[in-house]
Structure formats: C-alpha cells, structure tokens
Design a protein around this ligand. Structure first.
Ligand code: AHR
Length: 678
C-alpha cells in the first residue's frame, strides 16, 4: 500500500494497532528529539545576556558529610594511537623482531616484516626467514647475505630516532652466523647523510643465536637519527630482536618507559591505572583477545599481537611493565581481561561478538585466575608467582581489582562466560573486587542488561563508558544523583566530551570538570573515573580527542588534561555538604555553576572546586557560619579562557582571607581553592 508521509509517497504495509502503541511511538520520537536538542547545547553565551553582576554565596554545612572514594581520579591506558610501541614504551627501534605482518595495517603498502628496515641492496641482501628462530613466539628474523663488508642494516625508528648528546643508549640483539670466519658487529647512530653520531662494537658473533649488548653514547642531539648494524664480515648473518633503549627511562627501569611521557601521567596523581584496553583487551576476533600471560617473561618469549587500531603490539610493554609502572607512581593496577568474548565490532572470524568455545572456557578461566596468582602469590608456593619473582619482583603487587569485559553487548553468550569468570574469581579470590561492564553507552539495552546482570550476580562494581556531546554533560549533572545506593559501585572507565572537530579546549575541560563535580558529590557510589583515551602520537592518531598528544621529543597535554590534574591533585576522602545561592535564578545560570567541597586526608585541607561556565565573572563568597577556623592564606588555582582556547593552563596564586573568604570567579573557569583548617 501507499501512504503520503510529510509529502513523500512511501510504500509499505499498513497495520491497525491500538492508539496507545502509536502514542508510545510518538512519545519515543518526541523524547529523542528533545534529547537531541539538549545534547546540541554548547557552553558559549553572549556576555550581554548578563547585565547585572552575578553573585554566589556558598553555605558549607560541615556537619553533613560523607565518606567518598579515595580512588576517584585514575587513568585508562590503551595501546591506541601508538600509545605503547613508539610511545610510552621507550624502545627506539621499530619492528625490532621483524614480526610486523602485512595483515596488520592494510592502509600502509610498506607494512610487513621489513617495515622500518632498509639496506644497501648492492652490498647486502636482506630477506626474512623463519627457520630455527630465537624463539617460537618470535618466528621471523632478518637473514642477511653480505657481499661487501661494511654494508649495514638500517632502522628508521618510529619516524626517526631522537638522541641527546651525552646520553647513553643500551643496544642489544640476537645474532648468529653459519660462516667459518665470523666478525664483530659495528653499531652506529647515524644521520640522513651517513653522519655518525655514536658507535659501539659487539664481540665476535657465534654460530648459534646469542644475545649481544653494548652501550652507545650519542655525540649530538638529533631528532631523527637512524640505527645501523654493520657486520664486519661477508656471508650470511641472521639478526633478530634488535633493540635500542635510552638508559634514562622513567625511574631508570630496564625495558622501561619514556621518561617525559610517564612523568606527565604521574603528574596527574592517578590513583589507579586501567590497562591494556579498551577494545585492545577484548580484541578483533577470538585470536586477537589480549592474553596477559603472553606478555610476560623474556622479550624474545613474548608473543607479539596484531593491534586492532591498525598496527602492531610487540608486547615489550607487557603486564610486568604495567604493574611496575603502577607501583612506581603509587597507583592501583586495574587490569581488564576479556569476558570470554571478543569485541562486538569484530571484523575477523564470524564477525561481531563471538564467544570462546565453552569447551575452552575452563582453560580461559584458569588463565584469569593465574593472573591473580602471578600478581599476588607467594613465589615459594606458586609457579606463577615464581615467574613474577624471576622477572624482578618477589614481593606481591597487591592486586585488588580485576575488570572483566569491556563495554560488551550483554548477550546470552556474554552472560554465560562472564558468570563463569566472575564466580571463579569470587570463589578463589574473594578479596578481589571484580569490575563488570554495562555496555558502550550511558543508556539503552546493554546498559540496562549490564546493570541487571551485575545486580543479579552481586558484582561489586561496574564499568560504564560514554563519550557525549557538550549538551549532554551540561544537562545530565544529576546523572549519578539518582543511582541506587544498594547496587554495584560505579567505575566510569571511559568518558570524554566530544564536540564538533573532536578537540580539547576550555569548553571540554570545563564540562568534564562539571561532570567530575557530580562524581565527587556521588563519590559514595562512584568509586573511580578515567578519561579516555589517554595518549595519542601526532601523525599516528586514529581517535580524537585524547588527553595527551606527543611526538618523538615533545609532550603536549591538552586543556582537558589540566582538569584531570586539578582533580587528581585536589581529591578528598570526605564530601562536605554545601548549598550554592546564586543572585541570578535563570536556568542557564544554574546549570553553568557548580561546586564541590571535599576534605583531603593529608593536612585536612578544605578543598573547593568551582566551575563557572558563564561568559562573565561571579563574585563568590563563603558564608562564614559553619566554616570553622581557617588559616589566613589560601591557595587558589584557576584554569580559564575562551571556550575554544586550547592553550589555557592553570595559574596558582595565594589569597588572603580577612575573616571572610571572598574572591572572583573568572568567566569560563575552573577554580580550586584550598583552605587550610586550623
Ligand atoms: O577509548 C577508545 C575506545 O573507546 C576503547 O577502546 C573502547 O572501549 C571504546 O569504544
């Protein structure tokens, strides 16, 4: 049949239904339109709208307080946008194990086992072989046939190798040669035109695979050096796992992290680190599920893996390194394992979410239990804990949280496997807090079903994810106010404000601050939060916005980073009830001004965080009644700018308190005031 709808003739079948069904459909449509209207709201307003100056008075009720989570601000590290290899992992050689496979990155025609490597083919033939490798988990190696002595194999790093004059670099490789007359290797840091910026020599190489290590000191500071390995002989030479690390890694750890990047993360004062993903954790297809046990032990024994964001994971940054990093920055490790299913967006296998066959689930469950044993067990009693001790950490890592699942669709396949994993962990390690998942959105079927499952199984905490437009954050400040206090606690594992252009600026930073104020207010049930994603390498970015951008030599935190930092540095353990009285009662004003008051455990400071998303200043004061005795000077830190400002940075000053706490709140600002109690 045909019907004309809004002037357009549509073909279809006409069914007669009760009017209530039509009404429900119309209401659902109206609601969608209304939500879209709210979500489209942006923060910018014309200053002319506010003729009268705006005053705000805060009445603190110190008698009304509640305990809130001391883990509220953390970070979520996922190997996305070259966050690990070429990023936080300090290795300078790209494709060190010749394990890049052409399937990993179809956009790059040069992607494959020789990616990032080159040789002068008139003097040296360079091919890939797999016969009797260093380790079966690293099957490929470079088989060189040298016809003219002096020819070398060159690695370009990840878009060049940055070196610093005077700094020392640890070079290592596995090498062998079947030739009767074998020589040494010369290793050089070279420039584009062959300039030598540092050099070292190994001992004479042997017939069988052997690891050689030398130190090269850089003579110049260069951003795009290359590494050259020159066998001092002719004939056949096999090389693998060619590695170059600066000695100056974060906390000087071997196989460690890039110091400047690790430091900028540490500066956030994160109380926990969630890793290794995200989608990386549950993988594209069952064979791509992240297997923690394949990322520990000697580097040659680790199993490299395709990265679903279109590149490669060497696994040099593996579980040991993640746990060590957490310990180094005083953060709780929060590993996430797949819930026995791969990502619902999988394009590999039978497409979509697929479950590990039930006949293999027993082994998979055991792998997850082994993780806890590896992290916390006694090396004298447990083989897994012994592996941890052998890697250099005899003491337990004191793991308390394990995430099971990553924003999965809550299907029967998921539920069955999640339940098996949850029950097994609960039974063997009741002290571990399992974090479940509620799908990819802040509402909808998976969100509802995820919560239902968590409630049914009594999962102690669930991981929520939502990337939302500006208007959503402006209009959903009460999101957690309505949550049932008797259900699971919340870990807001991934969130960010997505505005057109996908960038971070004052607008996104203030909206995230607004949301964190809501999280602090609900810190009795919101236990943890982490912005996502954390890192992105310029020129290698697949997902925007990210909290911290970087290249080979620079680290570029975004404005949103400073919101996280201010909340991380100024977190509290007690939430103090307060009421904000505004002189302007308009709704646009009410929803643009928010405050939270917390008490820090150390020093007992009273910490105020105030967001002003208006284009005009607010004269702000605290009602002295109930404030208690405070010292005369307070510290005030302000992050402010125009909504599209991408370069704003917090400024700190001292304010004198002359009996009364009064100050001005800049237009479009986040202000943190630390009052010292007496
Ligand atoms: O943070 C980027 C991606 O967003 C994560 O991998 C995934 O969990 C989410 O869809």
């Amino acid at each position: 049949q045909e019907a004309t709808i809004s002037g357009v003739v549509e073909k279809g079948t006409i069914h007669k239904v009760a009017w209530s069904v039509v009404e429900n459909l119309l209401n659902a449509d109206r609601l969608k339109r209304y939500e879209a209207h709210l979500n489209a709201e942006r923060v910018e307003l014309a200053p002319e709208l506010f003729k009268d100056s705006i005053r705000a008075k805060l009445i603190i009720d110190a008698n009304k307080s509640k305990k809130i989570s001391d883990l509220l601000i953390g970070v979520f590290f996922e190997d996305i946008n070259y966050a690990a290899d070429g990023g936080l992992y300090a290795e300078k050689v790209q494709n060190r194990g010749f394990e890049y496979s052409p399937d990993e990155n179809r956009r790059d025609p040069n992607w494959g086992h020789t990616k990032a490597w080159s040789a002068d083919e008139t003097k040296i033939t360079f091919r890939i072989d797999t016969l009797s490798p260093v380790h079966t988990n690293n099957k490929h190696y470079a088989a060189l046939q040298i016809t003219e002595q002096g020819a070398g194999l060159v690695n370009e790093g990840f878009g060049g190798i940055p070196i610093k004059a005077g700094d020392k670099y640890d070079f290592s490789l596995f090498v062998r040669s079947p030739e009767p007359r074998r020589g040494k290797l010369t290793v050089r840091l070279i420039g584009k035109n062959g300039e030598v910026y540092g050099e070292a020599h190994t001992k004479t190489i042997s017939k069988d695979w052997k690891k050689h290590e030398v130190v090269i000191t850089a003579r110049e500071t260069i951003n795009d050096a290359h590494l050259e390995v020159i066998p001092q002989m002719t004939g056949r030479v096999d090389v693998d796992l060619i590695s170059l690390f600066p000695q100056k890694t974060f906390k000087n750890r071997k196989n460690g992290l890039r110091a400047d990047l690790a430091q900028v993360i540490a500066d956030l004062k994160p109380r926990f680190v969630r890793f290794p993903g995200g989608c990386v954790a549950h993988g594209n297809g069952l064979n791509n599920i992240y297997r923690w046990e394949e990322t520990i032990g000697p580097l040659e024994a680790r199993k490299p893996q395709w990265n679903l964001w279109g590149y490669h994971q060497s696994m040099g940054l593996g579980y040991y390194e993640y746990f060590q990093f957490c310990e180094d920055i005083g953060a709780e490790p929060v590993p996430v394992v797949a819930a026995g299913v791969c990502c619902q967006n999988s394009s590999v296998g039978s497409n979509g979410q697929q479950g590990i066959p039930l006949c293999n689930m027993h082994d998979y469950v055991q792998d997850v239990l082994n993780l806890i044993e590896w992290a916390n067990g006694d090396p004298k009693k447990s083989e897994w804990a012994k592996k941890r001790a052998q890697a250099g950490h005899p003491k337990p890592f004191n793991l308390k949280y394990v995430g099971i699942g990553n924003e999965d669709l809550i299907t029967d396949v998921f539920e069955e496997r999640f339940t098996m994993l949850f029950n097994a962990v609960k039974e063997k390690y009741p002290e571990i807090t399992v974090i479940g998942t509620t799908g990819p959105f802040s509402e909808g079927t998976d969100y509802v079903e995820g919560w239902n499952l968590a409630t049914k199984l009594r999962v102690p905490m669930v991981d929520e994810h939502y990337y939302q437009p500006a208007g959503w954050f402006l209009n959903n400040q009460d999101y957690y106010d309505k949550y049932d206090r008797n259900k699971a606690k919340v870990y807001l594992g991934e969130y960010a404000t997505h505005i057109p252009g996908k960038r971070c600026n004052i607008e996104t930073a203030l909206l995230e601050a607004l949301h964190l104020i809501g999280c602090e207010r609900n810190g009795d049930i919101v236990s943890m939060t982490s912005y996502a994603p954390l890192l992105a390498k310029e020129g290698y970015t697949r997902w925007n916005p990210d909290l911290i951008y970087f290249n080979n030599t620079e680290v570029k935190p975004t404005v949103s980073y400073f919101t996280q930092k201010l909340f991380g540095e100024n977190s509290g353990e007690e939430y103090i009830h307060s009421t904000l009285e505004l002189s302007d009662k308009q709704d646009i004003v009410r929803k643009r001004v928010a405050v939270s008051v917390v008490k820090g455990s150390n020093m007992g400071d009273l910490i105020l965080k105030i967001v002003n998303i208006l284009p005009v200043p607010i004269s702000f004061e605290i009602d002295p009644v109930n404030l208690g005795a405070i010292k005369q000077t307070a510290v005030k830190t302000v992050l402010h700018g125009q909504p599209d400002d991408r370069n704003a940075r917090p400024q700190t000053s001292q304010i004198e308190i002359d009996g009364i706490v009064a100050t001005s709140l800049e237009p479009y600002s986040l202000t943190v005031i630390r009052l010292k109690t007496q």
